[in-house]
Design a protein around this ligand. Structure first.
Ligand SMILES: *Cc1c(COP(=O)(O)O)cnc(C)c1O
Length: 340
């Protein structure tokens, strides 16, 4: 397989056209077989439910080349299961997780020439999504849906090493109590755009959101879960019904327990505890872990002792172990690595 002539190491995180995408349509109560197509454009009626009432959900995962040259994805079954949960919450038909994984494999295989080589730091980002596609004007779920997967090569998340970032405690909420914070829906992102632009304008990298009910507990950032390391080396991660269940965070928790013998606490984490922590990291598919150096709570600066220069030592161990598992240099738990 001849790779495309792309400067892998200098790719950013943006959309790059690739050759094939997967499309399946839901009509009259069932999904069709689905197929690959070369057409990146979608033509919809002006009144399609997705445009009027934002009935749309998505997933995100990566394909990459391991040390021994295999093209793999990381725990795609969990993305499939999470998309089932998201679909149910927005009254969309479920695209079964098993078929989801098959469709992911098919799409990556068709775009093999765009999967970056081992060692480049780049990956093929995979974006599955689904939306209500028929005209809906009275408020109700659509009758017809489209499930699609496209891929786009993306560059290394950290160019020249992972520099710790500065986050602020946000005055905006990203989720409502008993709302949709736990599902991967476009609507959660639409309402976070104002907050993220505002944060950037004020010199912060990210917003750290509080629990919307009491605003005393930490939840997550706009697109990543949070892990803390205590001064005595425990991993603490916030637990709440309105946090999106990150696959990276769940994997790091398992790596901590089973590979590194680190004690893990999944529990409510209060804003008032922040100064007790030694390290903080944001976890998601894109970066795996982004170290946080400073958290600003309305002018009060909480500096993590691990500092602004590099990732804290425990976070680094977690990061190295998980990326080693992903890249095939450390043995993976059963089922984590799915070969294309
Ligand atoms: C996607 C997402 C994450 C990260 O989840 P991963 O499965 O680890 O990529 C975290 N928070 C939010 C709000 C997300 O949408």
């Amino acid at each position: 397989m001849e790779k495309k002539n792309i400067d892998w190491g200098n790719l950013g995180f943006g959309y790059v056209h690739t050759d094939y995408r997967f499309v399946s349509n839901y009509k009259e109560g069932s999904w069709d077989e689905g197929e690959l197509t070369t057409d990146p454009n979608i033509v919809l009626n002006e009144c399609a439910c997705v445009f009027q009432y934002a009935q749309t959900i998505f997933e995100g995962l990566k394909a990459y080349t391991t040390k021994d040259g295999k093209i793999v994805t990381f725990r795609p079954d969990l993305n499939g299961e999470r998309m089932e949960t998201s679909a149910s919450r927005l009254k969309m038909p479920v695209y079964p997780a098993k078929k989801f994984v098959e469709a992911v494999k098919k799409t990556v295989k068709a775009n093999e020439a765009y999967v970056p080589p081992y060692g480049s730091g780049a990956t093929l980002y995979i974006r599955p999504y689904m939306f209500g596609s028929d005209p809906i004007i009275g408020v109700k779920p659509a009758n017809e849906y489209q499930f699609r997967i496209f891929t786009t090569p993306v560059g290394p998340y950290f160019k020249g090493g992972a520099k710790p970032i500065t986050v602020r405690i946000s005055d905006f909420d990203r989720a409502a109590p008993h709302g949709t914070g736990h599902i991967k829906a476009g609507l959660n992102y639409a309402m976070s755009l104002y907050a993220i632009v505002d944060a950037h304008e004020k010199g912060f990298d990210e917003n750290m959101y509080l629990d919307p009910g009491t605003r005393t507990k930490l939840e997550e950032t706009g697109g990543a879960n949070i892990i803390f390391i205590t001064k005595d080396g425990k991993l603490v991660t916030p637990k709440s019904d309105s946090i999106l269940p990150s696959i990276t965070r769940r994997s790091l928790v398992q790596v901590a327990k089973d590979y590194l013998n680190i004690e893990v606490e999944e529990r409510e984490v209060y804003l008032s505890e922040l100064s007790d922590f030694a390290e903080c990291g944001l976890c998601g598919t894109a970066a795996v872990v982004s170290p946080v150096g400073k958290i600003v709570d309305h002018g009060k600066e909480i500096c993590l002792p691990a500092g602004m220069e590099e990732m804290g030592p425990v976070t680094k161990k977690l990061y190295d172990t998980l990326t080693g598992i992903q890249m095939g240099t450390i043995e993976a738990p059963e089922g984590w690595i799915v070969e294309i």
